[in-house]
Design a protein around this ligand. Structure first.
Ligand code: CUA
Length: 173
């Protein structure tokens, strides 16, 4: 039986429609990628605690020059407006500060970075699980509800001393 044939101009119209759909999908994809990029970087642009961090731009810094940033003195600091920020540096094979003391019941904005290779920063018994990357700052805000001592480990394999990267968060009443 003869194969039914579409008229030439019908084929062209179908091609035009499909081409239009393909273009629309490409535009939508690009727009959604752009939107997620903007929404993803927006908290970093704001500094996530509302404070600009010296030496940090768009969540990035120079890992060889932590001295020019608050990471030079890791630990908890209270801002003039009463907000709390904790700066944590991971390096092979330890965390700084060695022990982080924080108050219970107050929001604390953490900033975590690495001085050398990829590390993890996981506080057991909480949902804190950040990746410490050289050149980048992971920022998040959390509140410890009750006093106690929380083991803190590196959960990214980082070398021979990986298993020694254990520290502690002490939550004080
Ligand atoms: Cu640091 Cu594993």
């Amino acid at each position: 039986a003869p194969v039914p044939r579409l008229e030439h101009h019908t084929l062209e119209r179908i091609e035009t429609v499909w081409f239009g759909i393909a273009v629309a999908m490409a535009v939508l994809l690009f727009a959604s990628v752009l939107a997620s990029f903007v929404s993803g970087t927006y908290p970093a642009l704001k500094g996530e605690g509302g404070h600009h961090i010296t030496g940090v731009e768009n969540g990035r810094l120079d890992p060889r020059n932590l001295a020019a940033t608050p990471f030079a003195k890791p630990g908890l600091r209270e801002n003039p407006d009463g907000s709390l920020e904790a700066f944590v540096v991971a390096r092979a094979f330890a965390f700084e500060p060695a022990v982080l003391r924080v108050p219970a019941g107050r929001p604390i904005t953490f900033h975590v970075t690495s001085a050398d290779v990829l590390h993890g920063y996981q506080v057991e018994g909480t949902n804190i699980n950040a990746t410490a990357m050289p050149g980048q700052v992971a920022s998040f805000t959390t509140t410890f509800r009750q006093p106690g001592e929380l083991d803190t480990i590196c959960n990214e394999y980082c070398g021979v001393g990986h298993h020694n990267m254990i520290t502690r968060v002490i939550v004080e009443a």
